[in-house]
Design a protein around this ligand. Sequence first.
Ligand SMILES: [Zn+2]
Length: 202
Amino acid sequence: MHCPFCRHPDSKVVDSRTTDDGAAIRRRRQCSACGRRFSTLETTSISVIKRSGVTEPFERSKIVAGVRKACQGRPVTEDDLAKLAQEVEESVRSAGIAEIEAHEVGLAILQPLRRLDVVAYLRFASVYQAFDDLDDFESAIEILRQEQDQTVGQQALVESESHAPRRSRRVSAKPQAKVQSRTQRKKRPTDTESSPEQERLL
Ligand SMILES: [Zn+2]
């Protein structure tokens, strides 16, 4: 690899470490001509298998291009799209596989897109999941409504838990563990917030 500063073709590795999630190796290199340092990132290349059987490399730009159409006229920025594509790549990579069906990439797009913009989500889902008629839209909207209600309900619950009759009852059996378990539990409602619904829609 060329030095990005002077184009010299040779450099030596001065440090090498695996990223936190174990999905990549970051190498710190030093150019042997100009002495400047730069980093390289080594990750597995993921192949996307299209319905025709043709494979092509996974690229964030393709995700962005696909979702951008669904976002036309919606308050969605290029940064939002880039973030969404990043999220999709992370979820695809977290599966730890070298090949993925195009269909599954589509599934991985639905969740983050729904969080970003429900209208764009419905557009994308209607094409991707081949909605046939109004009933398909209605049931998709119904699911969205139910989830919205649930989220509002959960938020109310979180707020009321700060005065916590439920929680203190739960920990009262072990008074000594009280302080610790309180702090541990604090994050749980948001952690679990979206997971059951996520599965339902997939
Ligand atoms: Zn150099």
